[in-house]
Design a protein. Structure first.
Length: 273
């Protein structure tokens, strides 16, 4: 059985759930990214990955058309929430359909099987991450505040994840895991490199940074912290603690005197939970 079931139906599922945060950190949060924005990112990413095309699905319905269907977007977001809360291996397609209040027949109009659903959920998650980070980058924050906002968003997301999630992906869905890893490599490296270049221009980061190398090293550390090995760390520390220590470790290593002073000022006010 799927644990943590609710009576909420798919028709009322929000595409992006609101997040509660303290008043001090409120200005570092972006407004909810609209369903339309997520849909556009999602469709583009699926097309780039070759997962969604205009070819016919097994049901005879054009899968490319399905990608713009609001029901499909709500199904994949709802499925993501079920997987994140309960893990993947223990969740069945019956659980997913029941949680969303739709028939399994309807669910199979959109995906071939559970593996296909897992893959598309990860693609959706990558698109949503990209949408949120891009929106944060467009707020005009300084480089350190920008990284604070991104770290806060990531902390809120990883705190929802079931401890077995990464193990389930690595062992039972290696292809989906590969897609997730590729997405992280592209998105995290891009985001961190852009932030470092911005911080160097603003004087918050050292001028002698090897941006391509450091961005990749950050991705490696982030990947290790979010991997199967994190289950061992999670026995002693929350995912939020792990994420915030990784953030501080990164900023302290690249910051100039100006940046370190600003970081200490920010951290003295505490990190959001």
């Amino acid at each position: 059985m799927c644990r943590g079931r609710t009576d909420q139906r798919w028709s009322s599922l929000p595409l992006v759930r609101p997040v509660h945060r303290s008043s001090h950190w409120k200005r570092f949060w972006i407004k909810n990214v609209s369903g339309a924005e997520i849909g556009l990112y999602f469709c583009a990413r699926l097309g780039q990955a070759g997962i969604m095309s205009t070819e016919q699905t097994t049901s005879g319905t054009p899968s490319g058309a399905l990608a713009t269907d609001e029901r499909w977007l709500r199904i994949v977001e709802g499925a993501a929430r079920v997987f994140w809360t309960n893990g993947i291996r223990s969740v069945t397609m019956d659980d997913i359909a029941g949680e969303l209040g739709i028939s399994k027949k309807t669910l199979y109009l959109y995906v071939k099987d559970k593996s296909d659903l897992v893959t598309k959920v990860l693609q959706f998650t990558s698109a949503r991450y990209h949408a949120h980070v891009t929106a944060i980058q467009e707020q005009g924050l300084n480089a350190i505040d920008e990284m604070f906002a991104i770290a806060q968003y990531i902390s809120a997301e990883v705190s929802k994840l079931h401890p077995s999630l990464y193990f389930d992906l690595a062992k039972y869905y290696p292809e989906a895991c590969r897609i997730m890893d590729q997405g992280k490599q592209v998105e995290v490296v891009r985001q961190v490199a852009q932030n470092m270049e911005k911080g160097m221009r603003e004087g918050y980061y050292r001028e002698d940074l090897n941006v391509p190398l450091l961005a990749k090293l950050y991705m490696v550390r982030f990947d290790q912290a979010m991997s199967v090995e994190q289950a061992k760390l999670a026995e002693r520390y929350s995912m939020s603690e792990i994420n915030w220590e990784l953030f501080r470790y990164h900023i302290r290593g690249i910051a100039s005197k100006k940046g370190l002073d600003y970081l200490e000022k920010r951290m003295s006010k505490g990190t959001p939970s």
